[in-house]
Design a protein around this ligand. Structure first.
Ligand code: HEM
Length: 131
């Protein structure tokens, strides 16, 4: 899947759960919700640029990629210590039951963020001024 595809999917799931989960969170759970929300904001800026709803701006895309990248990999997995499930968190036991897969997804996000940063200068065809 292209970086923008996986990121758009992730934000849709994330934003849907944000409204449910955010209230009442403290400590590490609040920290990871804040990190996810920061990525959500970044994606919300970029997604309409990709679909042509807003003007494309490479610096904004690069900045969004940086925000996503800094919350990926170890920066993400360290926010999910053992015993941090349960309300108000919506994190599923599957995370800890299959930690390897979870950590793999967190690491994959790193690569997508890097890809997005590298591709930032390539505006979508609908927004490109090379005509
Ligand atoms: C650009 C990519 C991503 C975006 C925009 C994003 C966005 C979000 C948002 C907005 C939330 C809700 C936070 C809240 O409750 O306030 C969330 C929760 C969550 N996300 Fe992400 N996310 C991304 C990537 C990932 C990845 C790669 C993983 C897994 C490796 C992941 C795992 C989770 C989990 C487990 C929760 C629930 C946390 C909890 O309730 O304790 N997210 N995400």
């Amino acid at each position: 899947m292209k970086p923008t595809g996986i990121i758009t999917s992730a934000v849709l799931v994330g934003v849907a759960s944000a409204a449910l989960a955010h209230s009442g969170a403290t400590g590490i759970v609040k920290e990871r919700m804040d990190a996810m929300s920061a990525m959500g904001k970044a994606v919300k800026q970029v997604a309409p640029m990709m679909s042509g709803e807003t003007a494309y701006d490479a610096d904004t895309v690069r900045h969004a990629a940086e925000t996503i990248g800094m919350h990926a990999g170890d920066a993400m997995t360290r926010l999910f210590p053992d015993g941090s499930a349960g309300m108000p968190s919506v994190a599923k036991d599957a995370i800890w039951n299959d930690w390897e897969s979870f950590a793999g997804l967190a690491e994959e996000l790193h690569r997508y963020a890097e890809g997005l940063a590298l591709a930032a200068d390539n505006a979508p065809a609908s927004q490109s001024d090379t005509m």
